[in-house]
Design a protein around this ligand. Structure first.
Ligand code: ADP
Ligand code: ADP
Length: 225
């Protein structure tokens, strides 16, 4: 579904990605692991065309991504849920979810997808008219994921959903990620919490200082850390 070939990205003189190649097969959960600063977020930002690589190529469903505009990326079904549970604090849960549908016109399907988000996250349903700024950190993360889902992703790029969240909610969020995937959404998951990511993913890549240092089936990486 998505294939990166030898991607190089620079921030001025910082060579952040040094020839990253990876593949995400349709229907799978792929995790991208590695220490702080390894290049995980840069990889997701490059896939969503927030950053342009200096070298390399990538394909999404056989379309060369460098020919796409950033707005086409969202329309093509690549939705990026960035790090840090970004929600609009003064808008309600419902209003935040509606903001995720800005590129869509199919009202009926949107309502259906909003209900789907509430089925995944009953906590959000109970708090649908509450301002997002009054939610707990974990609930805000759920809202950020929910808002990405109403954008109708084919592939969801999830950046550190566990960051700074109470362990019990992290467990809940990971179970829901698995459920979202089993209903057809392909997921590229960036995580520092390697154990949890290996548990729910099919295949994993480990980034180290801008390189892929290791890759393999998650089950195998878990057995031979
Ligand atoms: P094989 O050559 O036997 O397919 P692989 O290590 O390539 O061995 O794949 C083993 C399993 O991992 C397969 O079930 C495959 O679907 C899955 N897999 C391999 N690469 C990826 C990937 N990039 N994304 C998702 N799943 C993958
Ligand atoms: P990770 O997500 O694995 O923590 P990042 O992709 O955020 O890593 O960062 C990769 C490298 O790029 C790091 O060395 C980081 O300091 C650098 N970097 C990230 N963003 C910027 C930026 N906006 N300007 C300059 N350097 C950056």
């Amino acid at each position: 579904m998505l294939r990166l070939n030898n991607i190089h990205v620079y921030y001025n003189h910082v060579h952040a990605l040094k020839g990253v190649s990876l593949e995400v097969k349709k229907g799978s959960i792929v995790s991208l692991l590695g220490a702080n600063g390894a290049g995980k977020s840069t990889t997701l930002k490059t896939i969503s065309l927030l950053l342009k690589p200096k070298e390399g190529s990538y394909l999404f469903e056989e379309t060369p991504m460098l020919k796409m505009k950033a707005s086409d990326v969202v329309k093509a079904g690549i939705i990026h849920c960035p790090e840090g549970r970004r929600v609009f604090p003064l808008l309600t849960v419902m209003e935040n979810l509606k903001a995720g549908t800005y590129i869509r016109k199919d009202k009926k399907q949107i309502n259906h997808d909003m209900e789907r988000v509430f089925n995944y996250f009953p906590r959000l349903k109970e708090r649908r008219n509450q301002k997002a700024g009054t939610l707990s950190g974990g609930e805000q993360q759920m809202l950020a994921i929910g808002r990405s889902l109403v954008g109708n992703p084919k592939i969801l790029l999830l950046d550190e959903p566990s960051l700074g969240i109470a362990p019990i909610l992290v467990k809940e969020i990971f179970e829901i990620i698995k459920e979202i995937n089993s209903e057809g959404t392909t997921i590229l998951l960036v995580e520092q919490n390697a154990n949890m990511a290996l548990d729910i993913s099919d295949y994993s890549y480990v980034l180290e200082n801008g390189h892929i240092a290791l890759e393999g089936r998650s089950e195998e990486l878990k057995e031979n850390p």
